[in-house]
Design a protein around this ligand. Structure first.
Ligand SMILES: C[S@@+](CC[C@H](N)C(=O)[O-])C[C@H]1O[C@@H](n2cnc3c(N)ncnc32)[C@H](O)[C@@H]1O
Length: 417
């Protein structure tokens, strides 16, 4: 199927999705699936059906959204929330319940983690309420059901599961006392009427959504989020989204790995750009041997002395450690990889992200460039380097890299059947 820009424009307008962030192939696949599901003869027929049917619009949205989430994602942010919540209760003389928003909440892991963290920190149920909102009715329905499988419990410490869940078939059911703290609703962050009559929130979580928006949409959404956050409140965002906020009058509160911003905090080291993500498919395959172009990263590269399966296991481990915020261990695993396997773009990419997290923009740039030397179309390295250049004022350089990333996505999609 050739790219049909009408679908890209539709999704951008409805949910803010920027085709460049997920790649054309994802959207084309979703359109193909929906064409088949309703037995549309051509994409043009499907387009006309889409215009007429609200249900079909929702179905297409469901087919493209990325509901990836899990409990206590970025654990440090929940520890920070618990500390800040106790302080905030004192500030407001315990006169009212704290108001906390999780938008997007996806299938509920984030708002329930907020509730568990606060209950575990000793807050009484009447001291806080959490509101979870997501554009996907299916995800909100799953959140309401509150039954979760293994994928929702990642990372080393899942002791909270024993405290707050009961086994239910193959999965785990969230305890009623946690569920009662969370109100769930369907809603679109781009809808001007959403929460228009609500008081502001003491804490707002908006994580891993802005990365799917283009810059004008991000700017608009930051203004919305700023409006939703109480003037003395705190906004938690995703690791990849930090560098954008500084330009919108909010400052990091300076707690590493929490990605928390307020209007008042003194300008401290900017929150790093760090986008946890699953290892792309290509990494699971044996890593191709390429000439090692750099000599400074680790002392010695010993050519293929470990089997490729070890290489992909180690790559998965690096991803897990980085996603859990264990930067030192993740970096050590990268070094271990480079010492035992041929250089891989993916490892330099992770080192770039870890350097971003540590606030070393120059070092990060170096690693991203090494990733691109090995794999010129590594789209995540292209996107992150572009974001870095943009945050340093090099918009032209950033645009060139974004165009390269878009070309790479197009080439990928053309290769797919
Ligand atoms: C990757 S999940 C993030 C979930 C959670 N915040 C986290 O970080 O784990 C992204 C979610 O954004 C939702 N979403 C996409 N566009 C949205 C919009 N315009 N308004 C509200 N939710 C949206 C999707 O349905 C999806 O559930």
């Amino acid at each position: 199927m050739s790219s049909d820009p009408r679908f890209f424009a539709f999704l951008k307008e409805r949910i803010g999705l920027d085709v460049a962030s997920v790649g054309e192939a994802i959207i084309e696949r979703a359109v193909r699936q929906r064409c088949q599901a309703i037995q549309a003869g051509t994409t043009n027929d499907y387009w006309h059906h889409l215009q007429r049917s609200h249900d079909e619009q929702q179905a297409l949205i469901e087919a493209v959204i990325v509901p990836e989430t899990w409990f206590f994602r970025y654990p440090e942010s929940f520890a920070t929330l618990a500390r800040l919540a106790k302080a905030r209760l004192l500030e407001i003389n315990q006169m009212r319940a704290l108001r906390i928003l999780s938008l997007p909440c996806s299938t509920g892991e984030e708002p329930y983690s907020i509730a568990m963290a606060l209950l575990d920190a000793g807050l009484a149920p009447h001291q806080f309420k959490v509101q979870g909102i997501d554009v996907s009715p299916l995800s909100v329905e799953r959140a309401r059901r509150g039954v979760y499988g293994k994928n929702s419990f990642r990372g080393g410490d899942i002791a909270f599961r024993d405290r707050h869940f009961v086994e239910y078939g193959d999965g785990f059911h969230i305890a009623e006392r946690v569920r009662e703290q969370v109100r769930l609703q369907v809603g679109n962050l781009l809808d001007p009427a959403l929460l228009a009559n609500e008081a502001s929130y003491d804490f707002v979580f908006c994580r891993n959504l802005l990365i799917y928006f283009d810059q004008p949409t991000q700017k608009h959404v930051f203004d919305v989020l700023k409006g939703l956050t109480h003037v003395d409140g705190v906004l938690f965002i995703g690791p990849a989204e930090g560098s954008l906020l500084g330009r919108h009058g909010m400052r990091s509160i300076g707690v590493p790995q929490s990605f928390a911003f307020s209007r008042h905090a003194e300008p401290v080291k900017p929150e790093p750009v760090f986008m946890p993500m699953p290892i792309p498919q290509r990494s699971a395959a044996p890593i191709p041997v390429k000439p090692r172009p750099f000599s400074t990263v680790s002392a010695q590269v010993v050519p293929i002395k470990a089997p490729a399966s070890d290489a992909s296991a180690l790559l998965s481990r690096i991803a897990t450690l980085a996603n859990e915020g264990k930067s030192v261990d993740a970096r050590a695993a990268c070094e271990q990889y480079l010492n035992n396997h041929p250089p891989a773009a993916q490892v330099f990419y992770w080192l770039g992200l870890l350097s971003d997290v540590a606030g070393s923009a120059l070092e990060a740039q170096g690693y991203y460039r090494k990733a691109l030397y090995l794999e010129p179309q590594h789209s995540q390295a292209l996107m992150h380097l572009a974001a870095l250049l943009e945050s340093q004022g090099d918009s032209a350089g950033a645009r060139r890299l974004q165009a390269r990333a878009a070309r790479s996505e197009r080439a990928d999609s053309e290769q797919k059947p």
